[in-house]
Design a protein around this ligand. Sequence first.
Ligand SMILES: [Zn+2]
Length: 128
Amino acid sequence: MEHYKFSKSSEDNLEGVHPDLCKIMRQALILSTVDFGISEGLRSKKRQLELVAKGKSLTNNSRHITGHAVDIFALPNNTISWEFKYYQAIADIIIELSKTLSIEIEWGGKWDDLNDGTHFELSRRKYP
Ligand SMILES: [Zn+2]
């Protein structure tokens, strides 16, 4: 069966990201009916502080700094879309996989403050 593959830049953005999170993202892409890419994985402390200053992140202690989080972008019809329905569809697959693979994942699309459908991270409980 034909399925989507990460571009070179998405693969580069997975560098330094926890292997369990990479695994789940790769499998999700194979199963997904919506193409997606990785916009950011590992993040420097300096960049995190800049994002907080701009109000784009609420914590200095982001999971991106330790390689426990990734941000994705949906690519329906080969074009980037920020429509929530695409992120919901991708998240459904990732949440299903997280149960099958016993890799505990949190989705930013479920957060009340600064709801972020692009963001997935390994749970702090299982991956401190
Ligand atoms: Zn993020």
